[in-house]
Design a protein around this ligand. Structure first.
Ligand code: CNA
Length: 249
Protein backbone atom coordinates (compact mmCIF):
# COMPACT_ATOMS: atom_id res chain seq x y z
CA UNK A 1 0.00 0.00 0.00
CA UNK A 2 2.78 2.47 0.75
CA UNK A 3 4.17 1.91 -2.76
CA UNK A 4 0.76 3.01 -4.04
CA UNK A 5 1.00 6.09 -1.84
CA UNK A 6 4.41 6.94 -3.27
CA UNK A 7 2.98 6.55 -6.78
CA UNK A 8 0.07 8.81 -5.76
CA UNK A 9 2.50 11.54 -4.65
CA UNK A 10 4.74 11.16 -7.72
CA UNK A 11 1.76 11.42 -10.09
CA UNK A 12 0.55 14.70 -8.61
CA UNK A 13 1.50 18.12 -9.98
CA UNK A 14 -0.10 20.15 -7.16
CA UNK A 15 -0.37 18.13 -3.95
CA UNK A 16 -2.00 19.53 -0.83
CA UNK A 17 -2.22 17.77 2.57
CA UNK A 18 -5.13 17.94 5.02
CA UNK A 19 -4.14 16.89 8.53
CA UNK A 20 -5.92 16.22 11.81
CA UNK A 21 -5.15 15.33 15.40
CA UNK A 22 -3.84 11.88 14.35
CA UNK A 23 -0.58 13.36 13.03
CA UNK A 24 0.18 14.61 16.55
CA UNK A 25 -0.70 11.58 18.72
CA UNK A 26 2.85 10.24 18.26
CA UNK A 27 4.00 13.60 19.70
CA UNK A 28 2.06 12.76 22.87
CA UNK A 29 -0.97 14.98 22.17
CA UNK A 30 -4.25 13.06 22.48
CA UNK A 31 -6.76 13.32 19.64
CA UNK A 32 -10.52 13.81 20.18
CA UNK A 33 -12.16 10.64 18.91
CA UNK A 34 -9.82 7.64 19.35
CA UNK A 35 -11.92 5.20 21.40
CA UNK A 36 -9.88 4.89 24.63
CA UNK A 37 -7.17 7.58 24.42
CA UNK A 38 -9.18 10.40 22.77
CA UNK A 39 -10.15 13.41 24.89
CA UNK A 40 -13.86 12.75 24.37
CA UNK A 41 -13.51 9.43 26.21
CA UNK A 42 -13.27 11.45 29.43
CA UNK A 43 -14.75 14.90 28.75
CA UNK A 44 -17.92 16.40 27.36
CA UNK A 45 -17.00 18.32 24.17
CA UNK A 46 -19.92 20.72 24.55
CA UNK A 47 -18.67 21.71 28.02
CA UNK A 48 -14.93 22.06 27.35
CA UNK A 49 -14.74 22.78 23.62
CA UNK A 50 -17.75 24.93 22.70
CA UNK A 51 -18.09 28.69 22.80
CA UNK A 52 -21.20 28.34 25.00
CA UNK A 53 -19.31 26.08 27.41
CA UNK A 54 -16.46 28.59 27.51
CA UNK A 55 -18.77 31.53 28.28
CA UNK A 56 -20.71 29.53 30.92
CA UNK A 57 -17.65 28.27 32.76
CA UNK A 58 -14.38 29.92 31.65
CA UNK A 59 -12.61 28.79 34.82
CA UNK A 60 -13.56 25.14 34.15
CA UNK A 61 -12.50 25.57 30.51
CA UNK A 62 -8.98 26.60 31.49
CA UNK A 63 -8.85 24.00 34.29
CA UNK A 64 -9.36 21.35 31.58
CA UNK A 65 -7.06 22.79 28.91
CA UNK A 66 -4.21 24.15 31.08
CA UNK A 67 -2.31 20.83 31.30
CA UNK A 68 -3.05 19.97 27.65
CA UNK A 69 -1.73 23.35 26.49
CA UNK A 70 1.41 22.76 28.59
CA UNK A 71 1.85 19.36 26.87
CA UNK A 72 1.37 20.94 23.44
CA UNK A 73 3.89 23.71 24.19
CA UNK A 74 6.61 21.18 25.02
CA UNK A 75 5.76 18.61 22.30
CA UNK A 76 8.17 17.70 19.51
CA UNK A 77 7.05 17.06 15.90
CA UNK A 78 6.20 13.46 14.94
CA UNK A 79 7.62 11.49 12.03
CA UNK A 80 4.57 12.46 9.98
CA UNK A 81 5.16 16.18 10.59
CA UNK A 82 8.81 15.80 9.58
CA UNK A 83 8.09 13.84 6.38
CA UNK A 84 5.51 16.47 5.33
CA UNK A 85 8.11 19.22 5.87
CA UNK A 86 10.58 17.27 3.73
CA UNK A 87 7.97 16.82 0.98
CA UNK A 88 7.48 20.59 0.89
CA UNK A 89 11.24 21.25 0.77
CA UNK A 90 11.57 18.83 -2.15
CA UNK A 91 8.82 20.68 -4.03
CA UNK A 92 6.41 17.74 -3.80
CA UNK A 93 3.86 19.40 -1.49
CA UNK A 94 2.28 22.84 -2.01
CA UNK A 95 0.49 23.41 1.27
CA UNK A 96 -0.78 21.81 4.46
CA UNK A 97 -4.30 22.56 5.63
CA UNK A 98 -4.43 21.55 9.27
CA UNK A 99 -7.23 21.26 11.80
CA UNK A 100 -4.60 21.11 14.53
CA UNK A 101 -3.96 23.99 16.86
CA UNK A 102 -0.58 22.74 18.12
CA UNK A 103 1.81 24.50 15.71
CA UNK A 104 3.81 21.29 15.18
CA UNK A 105 3.86 21.51 11.36
CA UNK A 106 5.68 24.84 11.65
CA UNK A 107 7.95 23.44 14.37
CA UNK A 108 8.87 20.64 11.92
CA UNK A 109 9.80 23.26 9.30
CA UNK A 110 6.67 23.40 7.13
CA UNK A 111 6.09 26.87 5.74
CA UNK A 112 2.85 26.81 3.74
CA UNK A 113 0.59 25.84 6.64
CA UNK A 114 -3.05 26.92 6.85
CA UNK A 115 -4.46 26.59 10.38
CA UNK A 116 -8.21 26.43 9.82
CA UNK A 117 -9.03 25.95 13.52
CA UNK A 118 -6.56 28.57 14.77
CA UNK A 119 -3.61 28.16 17.11
CA UNK A 120 -3.28 27.71 20.85
CA UNK A 121 -0.25 30.03 20.92
CA UNK A 122 -2.27 33.25 20.99
CA UNK A 123 -5.28 34.41 23.01
CA UNK A 124 -7.54 37.44 22.71
CA UNK A 125 -9.90 39.45 24.89
CA UNK A 126 -13.43 38.92 23.61
CA UNK A 127 -14.38 42.48 24.66
CA UNK A 128 -11.51 44.82 23.69
CA UNK A 129 -9.44 42.53 21.44
CA UNK A 130 -6.23 42.83 23.53
CA UNK A 131 -3.81 40.07 22.55
CA UNK A 132 -1.91 37.69 24.83
CA UNK A 133 0.53 34.78 24.50
CA UNK A 134 -1.47 31.85 25.90
CA UNK A 135 1.50 30.35 27.75
CA UNK A 136 2.38 33.61 29.52
CA UNK A 137 -1.27 34.36 30.25
CA UNK A 138 -1.76 30.92 31.83
CA UNK A 139 1.50 31.14 33.79
CA UNK A 140 0.21 34.33 35.42
CA UNK A 141 -3.38 33.12 35.89
CA UNK A 142 -4.18 31.51 39.23
CA UNK A 143 -5.66 27.98 38.95
CA UNK A 144 -9.19 29.08 39.95
CA UNK A 145 -9.01 32.69 38.72
CA UNK A 146 -11.34 34.02 36.01
CA UNK A 147 -9.40 34.48 32.73
CA UNK A 148 -9.85 38.24 32.59
CA UNK A 149 -8.22 40.82 30.34
CA UNK A 150 -5.71 43.03 32.18
CA UNK A 151 -6.91 46.05 30.18
CA UNK A 152 -10.72 45.80 30.41
CA UNK A 153 -11.74 42.75 32.49
CA UNK A 154 -13.30 40.96 29.48
CA UNK A 155 -12.90 37.22 28.99
CA UNK A 156 -9.67 36.06 27.33
CA UNK A 157 -10.10 33.14 24.93
CA UNK A 158 -7.39 31.16 23.12
CA UNK A 159 -7.28 31.74 19.34
CA UNK A 160 -8.81 28.34 18.62
CA UNK A 161 -12.12 27.77 16.86
CA UNK A 162 -14.56 26.23 19.33
CA UNK A 163 -17.74 24.32 18.46
CA UNK A 164 -20.40 26.92 17.74
CA UNK A 165 -17.91 29.43 16.27
CA UNK A 166 -17.42 30.31 12.60
CA UNK A 167 -14.16 29.57 10.84
CA UNK A 168 -12.23 32.67 9.84
CA UNK A 169 -10.46 33.81 6.67
CA UNK A 170 -8.26 30.68 6.87
CA UNK A 171 -11.14 28.60 5.48
CA UNK A 172 -11.25 30.72 2.31
CA UNK A 173 -7.47 30.34 1.97
CA UNK A 174 -7.87 26.56 2.39
CA UNK A 175 -10.61 26.48 -0.25
CA UNK A 176 -8.35 28.28 -2.72
CA UNK A 177 -5.56 25.78 -2.01
CA UNK A 178 -7.99 22.92 -2.64
CA UNK A 179 -9.19 24.51 -5.89
CA UNK A 180 -5.58 24.74 -7.14
CA UNK A 181 -4.75 21.14 -6.16
CA UNK A 182 -4.85 18.05 -8.35
CA UNK A 183 -4.28 15.69 -5.40
CA UNK A 184 -5.18 15.74 -1.71
CA UNK A 185 -3.38 13.69 0.94
CA UNK A 186 -5.58 13.34 4.05
CA UNK A 187 -3.76 12.25 7.21
CA UNK A 188 -4.90 11.43 10.76
CA UNK A 189 -8.42 12.82 10.80
CA UNK A 190 -11.81 11.21 11.36
CA UNK A 191 -13.31 13.76 8.92
CA UNK A 192 -16.20 14.13 11.35
CA UNK A 193 -15.84 17.90 11.78
CA UNK A 194 -17.45 20.30 9.31
CA UNK A 195 -16.90 22.47 7.35
CA UNK A 196 -13.35 21.06 7.06
CA UNK A 197 -14.57 17.61 5.97
CA UNK A 198 -16.33 19.44 3.13
CA UNK A 199 -12.90 20.34 1.71
CA UNK A 200 -12.45 16.68 0.77
CA UNK A 201 -15.76 16.69 -1.08
CA UNK A 202 -14.79 19.97 -2.75
CA UNK A 203 -11.52 18.39 -3.94
CA UNK A 204 -13.38 15.37 -5.34
CA UNK A 205 -15.94 17.57 -7.11
CA UNK A 206 -13.11 19.50 -8.76
CA UNK A 207 -11.53 16.32 -10.07
CA UNK A 208 -8.62 16.01 -7.64
CA UNK A 209 -7.46 12.54 -6.57
CA UNK A 210 -7.71 11.83 -2.83
CA UNK A 211 -5.65 9.51 -0.61
CA UNK A 212 -6.59 8.95 3.05
CA UNK A 213 -4.27 7.50 5.70
CA UNK A 214 -5.88 6.91 9.08
CA UNK A 215 -5.83 4.23 11.77
CA UNK A 216 -9.62 3.82 11.65
CA UNK A 217 -12.17 4.20 8.85
CA UNK A 218 -13.19 7.82 8.22
CA UNK A 219 -16.50 9.37 7.27
CA UNK A 220 -15.30 9.92 3.68
CA UNK A 221 -13.33 6.78 2.81
CA UNK A 222 -15.81 6.05 0.02
CA UNK A 223 -14.77 9.28 -1.76
CA UNK A 224 -11.07 8.43 -1.84
CA UNK A 225 -9.00 6.86 -4.63
CA UNK A 226 -6.63 5.29 -2.09
CA UNK A 227 -7.38 4.41 1.55
CA UNK A 228 -4.79 3.07 4.00
CA UNK A 229 -5.85 2.09 7.51
CA UNK A 230 -2.57 2.03 9.42
CA UNK A 231 -0.30 3.89 11.84
CA UNK A 232 0.96 7.12 10.31
CA UNK A 233 4.50 6.64 11.62
CA UNK A 234 5.08 3.47 9.60
CA UNK A 235 3.29 4.73 6.47
CA UNK A 236 5.11 8.06 6.40
CA UNK A 237 8.51 6.47 7.11
CA UNK A 238 7.94 4.06 4.21
CA UNK A 239 6.81 6.96 1.99
CA UNK A 240 10.03 8.86 2.78
CA UNK A 241 12.06 5.79 1.80
CA UNK A 242 10.06 5.10 -1.38
CA UNK A 243 10.44 8.73 -2.49
CA UNK A 244 14.11 8.84 -1.42
CA UNK A 245 13.43 12.01 0.55
CA UNK A 246 16.72 11.80 2.44
CA UNK A 247 17.33 12.96 5.97
CA UNK A 248 16.23 16.05 7.87
CA UNK A 249 18.80 18.87 7.56
P1 CNA B 1 -10.30 13.19 15.63
O1 CNA B 1 -11.75 13.26 15.31
O2 CNA B 1 -9.90 12.90 17.03
O3 CNA B 1 -9.68 12.09 14.65
C1 CNA B 1 -8.34 11.71 14.72
C2 CNA B 1 -8.17 10.47 13.86
O4 CNA B 1 -6.79 10.17 13.82
C3 CNA B 1 -8.89 9.24 14.42
O5 CNA B 1 -9.75 8.71 13.43
C4 CNA B 1 -7.76 8.26 14.76
O6 CNA B 1 -8.07 6.93 14.41
C5 CNA B 1 -6.62 8.76 13.90
N1 CNA B 1 -5.31 8.53 14.50
C6 CNA B 1 -4.88 8.87 15.74
N2 CNA B 1 -3.60 8.57 15.90
C7 CNA B 1 -3.19 8.00 14.74
C8 CNA B 1 -1.95 7.48 14.29
N3 CNA B 1 -0.87 7.47 15.08
N4 CNA B 1 -1.89 6.95 13.03
C9 CNA B 1 -2.99 6.93 12.23
N5 CNA B 1 -4.18 7.44 12.59
C10 CNA B 1 -4.28 7.97 13.83
O7 CNA B 1 -9.54 14.54 15.21
P2 CNA B 1 -9.77 15.42 13.91
O8 CNA B 1 -8.51 16.14 13.69
O9 CNA B 1 -10.37 14.65 12.82
O10 CNA B 1 -10.91 16.43 14.41
C11 CNA B 1 -10.78 17.75 14.26
C12 CNA B 1 -10.62 18.50 15.59
C13 CNA B 1 -9.65 17.85 16.54
C14 CNA B 1 -10.05 19.83 15.31
O11 CNA B 1 -10.94 20.81 15.76
C15 CNA B 1 -8.75 19.95 16.11
O12 CNA B 1 -8.54 21.25 16.58
C16 CNA B 1 -8.94 19.01 17.23
N6 CNA B 1 -7.73 18.52 17.93
C17 CNA B 1 -6.50 18.99 17.63
C18 CNA B 1 -5.40 18.51 18.33
C19 CNA B 1 -4.03 19.03 17.99
O13 CNA B 1 -3.89 20.21 17.64
N7 CNA B 1 -3.00 18.20 18.05
C20 CNA B 1 -5.56 17.56 19.33
C21 CNA B 1 -6.86 17.11 19.62
C22 CNA B 1 -7.93 17.60 18.91
Amino acid sequence: MTRELAAFVRASRALVALTGAGVSTESGIPDFRSPASGLWASADPMRVASIDGFRDDPVGFYAFWRSHFRGIASAAPSGAHRVLARLERRGLLRAIITQNIDGLHQKAGSRATIEVHGSFHGARCLRCGARYATETFLAELGPRARPECLACGGLVKPDVVLFGELLGEALAVAERAIDDADALLVLGTSLAVWPVAGLVERAVERGARVAIVNREPTALDRDADLVIHAELASVMDALAVDLALGRDP
